[in-house]
Design a protein. Structure first.
Length: 253
């Protein structure tokens, strides 16, 4: 199976949680819906036009954190908007808590992700078009890590021939990518390990109504310090053996 891996980095990131209101909390990884938007932007697709062609039954998407990260709160000084006239600042300003993802040392470290992309047969034309754009580095819009002012760059694009494997219920697998919790039978973490794992409820697909209405959400496990997760899986996984160090991955679907 053909898989594209894209290494993306930036100084800061913010992926707003869909269920929060007045406090801007952030996911640690870009949700599948955010990655859909990133891939659509580099191809120059119109806003809200790509929900069906990049749905999880056509395009397969996975993600991994490539360096240790942390999150911190900052106060953003925004206009207080109570009616249409307040866009000129007549009602003053209000401070809103805003969560930012960064490297452990914001002065020197970067936020880095590896995005994995593959396809089901129905999504092959979209996959081939995306591969062509990525190989040529012919991007229509610049990438960002969530918000418009958190610019990102593509550090590497690689094409892999991944091997599909059936999970063995007796074997502990070192998994490098994020994984849907429903596909995990057991976590096998050493009590002395310093492995840091988060579990989040992430948006996965939009309804094809151009209204940004979610059709699927997934509970996802991932490591935030670039260490593989020891798991016993209930689903298939994929091996990328052409990298400097082989990676075991799954897709968020």
């Amino acid at each position: 199976m053909e898989v594209i891996s894209i290494d993306i980095s930036g100084k800061f990131a913010h992926f707003r949680k869909f269920y929060v209101n007045n406090t801007a909390l952030s996911y640690s990884i870009p949700p599948r819906t955010t990655i859909m938007g990133m891939l659509a932007s580099i191809q120059g697709k119109d806003r809200d036009s790509y929900y069906n062609e990049m749905a999880s039954d056509k395009i397969r998407i996975g993600v991994r954190i490539l360096c240790p990260i942390k999150k911190s709160f900052h106060r953003v000084n925004l206009l207080s908007i109570k009616n249409v006239n307040d866009f000129r600042g007549k009602s003053g300003r209000t401070q809103v808590p805003f969560e930012v993802v960064s490297g452990l040392n914001p002065k020197t470290d970067f936020v880095k992700y590896r995005i994995y992309i593959s396809y089901y047969e129905e999504g092959k034309p979209q996959f081939e078009a995306l591969k062509k754009v990525l190989q040529a580095r012919d991007f229509t819009y610049n990438l960002t890590l969530g918000t418009a002012n958190f610019s990102a760059s593509v550090e590497a694009v690689n094409i892999h021939q991944a091997s599909e494997k059936d999970a063995n219920p007796k074997d502990v697998l070192m998994l490098h990518s994020a994984v849907c919790t429903d596909n995990v039978d057991q976590l096998k973490i050493d009590p002395d390990s310093k492995l840091l794992i988060e579990e989040e409820l992430l948006p996965s697909d939009f309804m094809d109504n151009n209204d940004r209405e979610l059709s699927k959400i997934q509970r996802v496990l991932y490591s935030i310090d670039n260490q593989p997760i020891p798991v016993i899986l209930k689903s298939k996984y994929y091996v990328l053996s052409e990298l400097e160090q082989a990676e075991n991955i799954t897709f968020i679907e």
